[in-house]
Write a protein that binds this ligand. Structure first.
Ligand code: PEP
Length: 254
């Protein structure tokens, strides 16, 4: 099966019920006109909009994603959402280890690896985010940081089935800043991550694992980023909030 390019919109804490309704009223008629034979399109609304988004997107090509999930199936975990509950809603992909979870809410590799395992075991596909801060990059520690995040984040997944894992390289200095990594900077890290995945799961499987780039992706820079051989798609924050902008990103020629 030919590899598809992934376009995942992360709404973060934006678009409640009314925002979700007006978004999909504009997005869905247009996305059905885009050639998606080589693309996967997903949207990660906030938890409270998921059920409504599911209702609106049912029968459309849009895949439903979540922005986090608990490691446990159920129980005394106040404030958390179970992967099984997300599955019941029709969620297919779950973003884990996003830099805002790591840096604002203090999520550690230790916690993230448990979330990755729980999500995987529930039959959902984790999108594990890794990425260095500006300071770490300046100190020359980019590869060290992302390899630790990748190795630890996946340490409870001894085996991975094809199509059941996605990695997102999201340099922290590029998220929401308007300063994207250059295509060369992105490719350099993606190449490194692919190699690391090959050492963990074998070369053949590593080739099939999508590695997405995230960090100030826009309709203006998507064409250059997606051309890189190891950039298998994008995780889009700000530009996914506006349906017209996200449509332009998704419509890039590949
Ligand atoms: C993100 O939050 O995952 C992200 C990439 O944000 P932005 O596109 O706004 O930089």
């Amino acid at each position: 099966m030919a590899k598809k390019a992934y376009f995942i919109g992360n709404w973060k804490m934006n678009h409640g019920i009314s925002g979700t309704k007006s978004y999909f009223e504009r997005f869905l008629p247009e996305i059905s006109k885009v050639d998606l034979s080589k693309k996967v399109v997903g949207i990660a609304p906030p938890f409270t909009s998921l059920a409504f988004a599911r209702k609106l997107t049912e029968g459309s090509p849009v895949k439903l994603c979540a922005q986090n999930a608990c490691f446990a199936e159920k129980g005394a975990y106040t404030g958390e959402v179970s992967p099984l509950m997300l599955k019941e809603l029709g969620v297919e992909y779950v973003i884990l280890g996003h830099s805002e979870r790591r840096h604002i809410f203090g999520e550690t590799n230790e916690l993230i690896k448990k979330r990755v395992k729980g999500v995987y075991q529930a039959g959902l596909t984790p999108i594990l985010c890794v990425g260095e801060t500006l300071e770490e990059r300046k100190l020359g520690n980019t590869f060290l940081v992302v390899s630790e995040q990748l190795k630890q984040g996946l340490s409870e997944l001894e085996k991975v089935e094809e199509g059941r894992l996605i990695i997102a390289y999201e340099p922290v200095w590029a998220i929401g800043t308007g300063v994207n990594a250059t295509p060369e900077q992105a490719e350099e890290v993606h190449f490194f991550l692919r190699d690391l995945l090959a050492s963990m799961y074998g070369k053949d499987l590593a080739q099939t694992i999508p590695i997405l780039y995230g960090g100030s992706v826009t309709p203006e820079n998507i064409a250059d980023l997606i051309k890189e051989p190891n950039v298998d798609g994008v995780l889009v924050g700000g530009a996914s909030l506006d349906p017209e902008k996200f449509l332009k990103v998704v419509s890039v020629a590949i």
